[in-house]
Design a protein around this ligand. Structure first.
Ligand code: M6R
Length: 612
């Protein structure tokens, strides 16, 4: 999705803005642009293509200003083109605006402006913003920065939808205004310069101190000050949030790709997630999560709501929550949940998972659950992200910045966190305490076992290199192996563009087996002891129809006709999803590499899906 960077300080803005844009590339985009404040006023340079294409434009060299805004665009309204790229300017070229989000009522606003004589150059929803700012500014009797702020505020009041905006005005050559609603934006600060970004990693090498804006709060930035206003333009105070992530954590650190680095970081990220919630005396701990025994006894359902991989993490933990806490648990896709009038009330606990904490559907689903009276917990990897500010309670995964579009270390950290949360609930409820202790012991062994799974990389690569040209690859599993199959299949399709589906193995005969033909590749996951025999029978059915099979297991399968068996460390079915997924992440990675694809930035995908 679109990325935003801004800078005001003593240094030349252009290299800082380009550096920030390059770090936001992973979010996905199709065009890029930059506007700086020059002695002659705002200078705007933009084009379709990559940030490096922008950098090679001649006009970039002439940008000397120390105040600027920049943008990577992920096309929504209008095709990728120079004219549709951001920044957008008003008709008089007095204001420059970059925008992340979608203005739902732009057609109506555009018509109103056209009636006032404004002309539009682009097909975007954004262009109404600089023009409306100009309209209010021109017709204002106010003076000074209040005039600028008030024109922006009046414009924001007209906008329906989501937006994170950076705005420059020729009359204020040393300042910029930023505002957000339902789209991410953070302000990095230091004594002599200030930064703006869609996310923290992009500006982590410049500062670790951030201001977090709530919806419809405005910030007026100069090089040595940031002043905050509410949506009535009353001044408000904000404190700085310091981020622990090191700048190096957002670098590739010698790995060929961020995805590979993040796969290999899993022993550490899982260890840190455990360390934060299982304290040295062995009890589970969630600071700030005030859920009493009476409350946990009173709830009749837990809902886990998320998108994509985060939703799969929910599926992997549903069984644990149900078996250990004895609370019925439903997992739903956020975009379905929000539109299907779910049965949620004050007896429902809703857990929302989002690595980025900025996923539009997950945030909307969270708002809906709150309206219906549910208690809400956010699980996120990003401190201060939108979801964490909406939920009643927040718990953080400690995965560190995840840059590759395909989520890996966030997934295993999410499962680990949910599993510990289940144990914590059971401890409060005082139930199944023997199972709790056994599982805790197993969870503590996971980081070392994860390392063993990573050591299987060469075996996985060998099989991946045999099948990378396939058109379809299917995944089969039962129980928790089915949830892991869904995630394995998502990983593969995301970064290899091979068509892939995951099936509950028992469903094979109800349709999917019709797809099995000679030479097709089928991957079987087998870690649930009481279901192994049944899945093996299903695999034999596909083998007898000519399928090549790759098996991931920690069970004794006897002497079978599988093409390749990857043996992962022994573990109970509850924790096996944390292990079986690792060879599957590597499988997707090696196939993508062998096909020569961009592993970290797969086509059409964005890291953070901030629009619906
Ligand atoms: O930031 P979130 O966890 O809310 O993101 C949810 C999905 O967009 C995300 O998991 C997506 O499916 C990944 N690309 C999967 O690898």
């Amino acid at each position: 999705m679109c990325g935003i960077v801004g800078y005001v300080g003593p240094k030349k803005a252009e290299p800082i803005l380009i550096n920030g844009l390059l770090r936001l590339e992973y979010r996905g985009y199709d065009s890029a642009g930059i506007a700086t404040m020059e002695k002659t006023g705002i200078k705007n340079v933009k084009n379709k293509g990559r940030v490096n294409d922008l950098l090679s434009m001649k006009e970039i060299e002439s940008l000397e200003g120390t105040l600027g805004i920049a943008h990577t665009r992920w096309a929504t309204h209008g095709k990728p083109s120079s004219i549709n790229s951001h920044p957008h300017m008003d008709n008089s070229n007095s204001f420059a605006v970059v925008h992340n989000g979608i203005i739902e009522n732009y057609a109506e606003l555009k018509k109103e402006l056209e009636d006032k004589g404004y002309k539009f150059l682009s097909e975007t929803d954004t262009e109404v913003i600089p023009n409306y700012i100009h309209y209010f500014y021109k017709n204002s009797t106010e003076t000074g920065e209040t005039k600028f702020l008030s024109a922006v505020n009046k414009t924001c009041k007209l906008l329906k939808g989501s937006f994170a905006l950076e705005i420059l005005c020729n009359d204020f050559p040393n300042s910029m205004i930023v505002v957000r609603k339902d789209s991410p934006l953070v302000i990095g600060t230091s004594e002599t310069e200030n930064y703006v970004s869609s996310d923290i990693p992009a500006i982590l090498s410049f500062t670790k101190n951030f201001y977090l804006l709530n919806d419809l709060e405005f910030a007026y930035l100069t090089r040595d000050a940031v002043t905050f206003y509410d949506n009535n333009l009353n001044k408000i105070e904000k404190s700085v949030t310091s981020i622990e992530w090191s700048a190096a954590a957002a670098e590739k650190d010698g790995y060929a790709d961020f995805m590979l680095k993040e796969i290999y970081e899993q022993p550490r990220s899982i260890r840190e997630t455990i360390g934060s919630h299982i304290v040295t005396n062995g009890t589970c701990q969630f600071d700030g999560l005030n859920l009493s025994k009476e409350y946990l006894k009173s709830i009749n359902k837990i809902f886990i709501i998320a998108c994509g991989t985060a939703m799969h993490a929910g599926l992997a933990s549903k069984t644990v929550l149900e078996q250990i806490c004895e609370i019925s648990t439903e997992v739903d896709v956020a975009s379905e949940f929000r539109y299907r009038t779910p049965l949620v009330n004050d007896k429902t606990l809703c857990i929302f998972i989002s690595q980025s904490g900025e996923t539009a559907d997950t945030i909307a689903a969270l708002k809906l659950a709150k309206q219906k009276g549910a208690k809400t917990i956010a699980i996120s990897n990003v401190i201060g992200s939108s979801i964490t500010r909406e939920a009643d309670y927040t718990v953080y995964t400690h995965a560190g910045p995840e840059i590759a579009v395909a989520s890996t270390k966030a997934y295993t950290a999410q499962i680990m966190l949910l599993d510990i949360l289940a144990l914590y609930f059971a401890e409060i409820l005082g139930i199944n305490l023997d199972k709790v202790e056994l599982m805790k012991k197993e969870l503590l062994e996971i980081p070392a076992k994860t390392e063993k799974c990573l050591a299987l990389a060469n075996e996985v690569k060998e099989f991946a290199n045999k099948v990378y040209k396939e058109k379809d690859i299917f995944f089969l599993g039962r129980g928790l192996d089915y949830s892991s199959s869904l995630e394995a299949s998502l990983k593969l399709k995301e970064i290899s563009y091979i068509h892939s589906d995951a099936y509950a193995a028992g469903e094979l005969k109800h349709g999917p087996i019709a797809l099995i033909e000679n030479g097709i590749t089928v991957v079987g996951l087998l870690t649930v002891p009481h279901l192994v025999e049944k899945t093996v029978s299903n695999l034999q059915e596909v083998i007898s129809r000519g399928a090549k099979t790759l098996i991931v297991t920690n069970q004794d399968l006897g002497d079978k006709d599988f093409d390749k068996v990857i043996r992962i460390p022994e573990a109970s079915e509850y924790v096996s999803p944390l292990l079986s997924i690792i060879p599957m992440q590597l499988f997707a990675y090696f196939i993508s590499k062998e096909k020569g694809l961009d592993v970290d930035k797969p086509r059409n995908l964005a890291k953070s899906v901030t629009v619906e």
